[in-house]
Design a protein around this ligand. Structure first.
Ligand code: PLP
Length: 429
């Protein structure tokens, strides 16, 4: 019997007692590569990108993978091979794009705090566009570009002041957060941009938040953006492209986000209805391209049953921790945790926690699991903001990563060694 675990994760299924990803038994991966281990389905990534591409086909567009969600080179190569560009937030990410064989001419450079040397590097590489987030950044960018005899193509990240109804830490489109230029200031900033020698106005962008599960906030943001485009063009400044950012959510538990092609279809319909169909459309999805393509495998190290007399909890201590997957600790994110091989006995309720010396080091609370020491558990929906946010806290080497493709698993990142961790440290004599 085959049973899918999550909508939007078609390559992850339980067949009888075992969990499989893209034709590979996950328990076998843990045996071969050790734990903690990130495993990704390449087919799932390709299909997630194809949903956007289907909807954008037939009109000028650039689909840029927001690589901060998962910047491993093999992941970038998967998307570069499909013709995608990349949304980057640092010169380090640009170096990764180039190392993975991506095209710098398809890169948009986002971020509130770009250093002048990063601007220079990006101009030298020939990125498609800078997504400028403040009036001050514009001045610096113009000066840097002029000093190189170049012109920087820019888009202003406008804060449309719409509520994406997501977690406050991942909501970015409301007034009063650090991102973007306020809607009521944008027209003046565009006028200034058009007057600067090192700047070429190319487009407009917004990014209203992450893990958005309805279409409405996108349409609201789009309307606000189009209002501005009409004003800016009335000022004689052409806007060639509209960049709707990223942020589409995925199913972690019972969320029902729109499919990417449905979201894009509705955005394009609104763009056309308002007479803007001639503009190039950019999008910057991150999480929705990789989130449900990945799992984090971890072994149960210690079981600490709670004491019934003080209402204690049962703790299942696993070998993955907040340094490997910080989303539960950081955003109180809920990730499904399931055994790679299902036991027949009835489940107990466990808090699944890591070995790190922090009470915030948990992966899941109050989970029904039949688990024994040595069992391998899979943390689902771990492909986005998992490995990319991993740290070495507690001098824990970062996990290994494997790419699974139609029954074949390939190591794409060796497990870090302890020696790697203090190789760059010096002890004064
Ligand atoms: C993070 C980010 C994205 C991607 O967001 P997801 O929620 O992962 O899709 C896109 N654009 C910008 C500017 C971002 O900061």
């Amino acid at each position: 019997m085959t049973q899918e675990l999550l909508p939007g994760a078609p390559h992850l299924a339980r067949r009888d007692a075992d969990l499989w990803l893209d034709g590979v038994r996950l328990a076998d991966l843990a045996t071969e590569f050790g734990t903690p281990l990130y495993a990704y389905s390449r087919s799932a990534m390709r299909e997630a990108a194809a949903a956007y591409q289907r909807a954008l086909a037939g009109r000028p567009h650039l689909l840029c993978y927001a690589m901060k969600a998962n910047s491993s080179l093999a992941v970038l190569k998967t998307f570069a091979d499909l013709g995608l560009g990349f949304d980057i937030v640092s010169a380090g990410e640009l170096a990764r794009v180039i190392a993975a064989g991506g095209d710098p001419a398809k890169v948009v450079f986002s971020g509130v705090g770009k250093r002048p040397d990063e601007m220079r590097t990006a101009l030298q590489a020939g990125v498609h566009c800078f997504n400028v987030e403040s009036a001050a950044e514009l001045e610096t960018l113009s000066a840097v570009a002029s000093s190189m005899g170049k012109t920087a193509a820019i888009s202003l990240r406008v804060n449309p002041d719409v509520d994406a109804q997501t977690h406050p830490y991942i909501s970015t489109g409301l007034k009063g957060n650090k991102f973007g230029v306020a809607h009521d200031e944008a027209r003046a900033v565009y006028r200034r941009a058009a007057s600067l020698p090192g700047i070429h106005v190319a487009g407009i962008d917004c990014h209203i938040g992450s893990q958005i599960t309805t279409v409405a906030p996108y349409l609201d943001a789009l309307d606000r953006l189009l209002d501005l485009v009409e004003q800016v063009e009335a000022d004689g400044i052409p806007i060639a492209h509209l960049d709707m950012g990223g942020g589409l959510g995925i199913t972690y538990t019972d969320e029902t986000p729109p499919a990417a092609d449905l979201l894009v279809g509705q955005l394009l319909a609104r763009i056309d209805a308002r007479g803007h169909g001639h503009r190039t459309v950019l999008m910057e999805p991150g999480r929705s391209l990789v989130g449900n393509a990945g799992v984090l495998l971890t072994e149960a190290l210690v079981l600490k049953p709670g004491r019934v007399d003080d209402g204690g909890k049962n703790f299942c201590i696993v070998d993955a921790a907040m340094n490997d997957m910080v989303r539960p600790a950081m955003y109180e994110a809920w990730l499904a945790i399931v055994p790679c091989h299902q036991r027949a006995e009835p489940p107990l309720t466990w808090d699944v926690v890591g070995p790190v010396c922090e009470s915030g080091d948990w992966l899941g609370r109050d989970r029904a699991l039949a688990v024994q020491t040595g069992d391998v558990l899979a943390v689902l929906s771990a492909g986005a903001y998992g490995m990319a946010m991993a740290s070495n806290y507690n001098t824990r080497p970062r996990a290994a990563e494997v790419m699974v493709d139609n029954g074949r698993a390939t190591l794409i990142r060796r497990r870090e060694t302890v020696a790697d961790l203090f190789r760059d440290e010096l002890i004064p004599g």
